[in-house]
Design a protein around this ligand. Sequence first.
Ligand code: PMP
Length: 340
Amino acid sequence: MISMSKEIKNGFCGTIGNTPLIRIPSLSEATGCEILGKAEFLNPGGSVKDRAAMGIVEDAEQRGLLKPGGTIVEGTAGNTGIGLALVGNARGYRTIIVIPDTQSQEKINLLRAIGAEVRPVPAAPYKDPANYNHVARRLAEEIDNGFWANQFDNTANREYHVRTTGPEIYRQTGGDVTAFVASVGTGGTLAGVSTYLKEKKKDICTVCADPYGAAMWSWFKHGHLDIDDGDSVAEGIGQGRVTRNLESAPIDEAFRIHDRVMIKMLYHLLETEGLFLSASSAINLCGAVKLARERGPGQVITTILCDDGQRYLSRLYNPDWLKSEGLDPTRRGLDFLDEI
Ligand code: PMP
């Protein structure tokens, strides 16, 4: 066996994190700021949620909640399910994913292909005990050696970002980072990275970029969740409550980003920068540009490129679907930045 050099990663789990920080030339030059995206789509499971999955599993092992041969149970249709299933395979756990039956067959097929047991349940609101999250919790309690990952309220999610994503961003910018922008699903990324950066330098500006239809903008700006306007096609983000991962998060600023400009940013990134990304990534970069324009040149603004476009071929990258949603990616140069 060869000796392990720093260049060699140890298995799937050893490959999570330490993603590149990518400068976006067009947006940096247009704003006079450094606009830098953390390439989380290059994680081995393809998204930022590999980190949450790893953090949650490691923490559960340390606490003795997850034992050899155990089963990870989670309610999720998206990237967290993929991350948990792959981390589970690599560490010797079974994974059961409970999802609403409104989710696409594509997602169910993908989760099954990578080895998760998928249990679709009828869609029900959060307050209903039949909601998929509650079903996942009860299932984990019922089965032998079951563990409920609980990504929204299990703060091992946030802690992993405090320990990894935050320090990586600080190190990669040589400590020169002046701002961090992220959208919120569980809030683990925004809260974790912001907590770390604020501990390093309290004047680093921490910003939530929220889609319409979510309540985080209202929460951080005005301290209430009482908002119900608009909608977004962005998947994986759009939060209506203060999760445990978000409690006491040190956030300075919040912006709302409309899908109308998100889609133009998404296609700009693809066609001009060669970056094939998700809606949440485009919302994050819109937030970064908005901060750049509001506070002026010279900032070093970091954000998250959450996952790549392949997961959204039938939606964001399908012209018929875009038309049916009234979304138009056509634009003239960078004129759309004025609409953010
Ligand atoms: N973008 C995508 C595509 C996601 O799947 C998620 C996670 N749900 C996020 C952004 C937000 O990350 P977090 O859960 O850490 O807030």
